[in-house]
Design a protein around this ligand. Sequence first.
Ligand code: NAP
Length: 306
Amino acid sequence: MRKILIVGSNGLLGQKISKLFSLSKMYKLLNASIENESYVDNIDYTQLDVTNRKNVLGIVEDFEPEVIINTAAVTNVDYCETNKEIAWRVNVKGVENLIYAAKFVDAKIIHFSSDYVFDGRKGSYVETDVPNPVSYYGRTKLASENVLKLSGLNYTIIRTMILYGVGKNVKDNFAIWVYKNLKENKIINVVDDQFGNPTLVDDLAYAVMRVVEYNRDGLYHIAGSEIVSRYNFALQIANQFGFDKKLIIPIKTAVLKQPAPRPLKSGFVTLKAVSELGIKMSNVEDGVRIFAAQLQNYLNEQKSNQ
Ligand SMILES: NC(=O)c1ccc[n+]([C@@H]2O[C@H](COP(=O)([O-])OP(=O)(O)OC[C@H]3O[C@@H](n4cnc5c(N)ncnc54)[C@H](OP(=O)(O)O)[C@@H]3O)[C@@H](O)[C@H]2O)c1
């Protein structure tokens, strides 16, 4: 059995990856995240703070994983802009700690980065395009890529964007935020000048499994198959749930005044990942349909547990 350590396993992507891998008998898993309890059932769990080198080393030396999948990060872009020290400590130093520990057991690291490494002037980015982050979060993600590239370890860096999906106790992602507000008939302002590929997190988890199965190294852009504006994405969510689309007001990024600058014209070309990994990434319509079904199941489960 191949031993896999999933770091940040309580986050949205971490939950999906660990659940998917647990369906296969090929893997022995250890989940690890900052919280003292696991949000995923039936997988061994240990508390882990990536900023604590001793803690990281102890767990890695004990478990001796062949692969470390690192989904842990401070992911709130505006929070990173005003809390730079903690953002750097988790997003960069945390990766350095994982690298340090991985060297003791010769583990490979699979790590996640973001389209926010680009400035968003051009859009449709390929893996060889030159990064130029405009936000502090983007800078931390680019730095995390660089420390991994220079580590001497085997690695895969997966850049992704606009993750949406359903998970236990996870922070509201964009799709959940739209759903919650429209369900209560609240008006929402949504930017119509930020473009990217909304990515159903389940598709990404599947792609990660392929990376492991096919032993793929290097850099991949993995995201949904369609580039749309946030406004268009919100409209398609409203459409799927039958909500009133007039509640969604299109606005410009300049008016919204988010603390962190955003790459406006983003978007990935995912050809390399699709062809090398043999994956199919959902378009927005299909992804949102799957998301809606999962959300309904999740809400039903919660109701029956009450
Ligand atoms: N979400 C997106 O749209 C998006 C886009 C591009 C790239 N990515 C990248 O994809 C990866 C996964 O994202 P996600 O959406 O699944 O994020 P997420 O839901 O925020 O999950 C990250 C997890 O890491 C945990 N964590 C934070 N600090 C930690 C620490 N010191 N030690 C251990 N765990 C810690 C978080 O705990 P707390 O919740 O308690 O902080 C959370 O459970 C990240 O690398 C992110 O940068 C995400």
